[in-house]
Design a protein around this ligand. Structure first.
Ligand SMILES: NC(=O)c1ccc[n+]([C@@H]2O[C@H](COP(=O)([O-])OP(=O)(O)OC[C@H]3O[C@@H](n4cnc5c(N)ncnc54)[C@H](OP(=O)(O)O)[C@@H]3O)[C@@H](O)[C@H]2O)c1
Length: 222
């Protein structure tokens, strides 16, 4: 049987547990961490994410092939980039000034929506990692409710964007296994279509709907 990548999910708020649950159901070994003591999330993990292993973030990351960042972007700025060196990093984060506060590094300085990609800024900070943007554009409730096996008639699509083709392939595989048709965008820059203000943010579309919505705009971002 194929051995699946080991996942470390950083963040045990809204998005992290859903991503962890979906990955466990798909057969991935999953560790989950907050910035604090894993003991603090041991009981809730057992109840809400059965099968996930609560760990210190550094230990979870050290043993993982894929690290999912499901933490608020303002907290990302406190994360030591060296911790993630050599890892495939899934950037599930969004820049949301209403809850993150205004973060100068992520501010759009042209005044137009989508003129700065938050994942490109994340990737620049994580120069030793292969950053892939996914599945930030789907709300956490829907992410779980809309997941379907391959071939299901009502299966939905999820965008995957990155500059490292092997990492994108790995994450497209993960997205497929957890229940979505992966749509590979040309690169991280093209992944701006997935962020707030973009054409699919907050949407859970079928593959043809998704492709129609993103491809024109993504082409112009290549
Ligand atoms: N909510 C959604 O529907 C959704 C969907 C897709 C993507 N997203 C994106 O996912 C990100 C997280 O959103 P959320 O709603 O899940 O946030 P949230 O409910 O506030 O949870 C954030 C979690 O991150 C943990 N955390 C913070 N800093 C950390 C660190 N350095 N290492 C490990 N864990 C850390 C927090 O725990 P401690 O404070 O105890 O460390 C907490 O468990 C945001 O950027 C959001 O835009 C959200």
């Amino acid at each position: 049987m194929e051995e699946l990548s080991r996942l470390a999910v950083l963040g045990a708020g809204h998005a992290g547990p859903v991503i962890a649950r979906l990955a466990i159901r798909a057969g991935y070994p999953v560790a989950i961490a907050t910035s604090g003591d894993p003991e603090d999330i041991a009981l809730i993990t057992e109840l809400v994410i059965p099968g996930a292993r609560p760990r210190w973030a550094a230990d979870a990351v050290a043993d993982a092939d894929i690290v999912v960042l499901a933490i608020p972007l303002h907290r990302f700025l406190d994360l030591d980039p060296a911790l993630l060196n050599g890892k495939i990093v899934v950037d599930a984060m969004n820049y949301w000034p209403a809850s993150d506060g205004v973060l100068t590094a992520f501010e759009d300085d042209s005044g137009s929506a989508n003129s700065r990609g938050s994942s490109e800024i994340v990737a620049r900070r994580l120069a030793g990692s292969a950053v892939v943007k996914a599945p930030n554009h789907i709300g956490y409730h829907e992410l779980e409710d809309r997941a379907r096996p391959a071939g299901a008639p009502d299966r939905r699509a999820a965008g995957v964007a990155g500059d490292d083709p092997a990492a994108v392939t790995a994450i497209a595989g993960l997205v497929d296994r957890v229940g979505y048709d992966p749509v590979r965008l040309a690169n991280l820059r093209a992944g701006r279509v997935l962020q707030p203000g973009g054409p699919v943010f907050g949407q859970v579309l079928t593959l043809p709907e998704f492709e129609r919505a993103v491809h024109e705009e993504a082409r112009s971002l290549r």
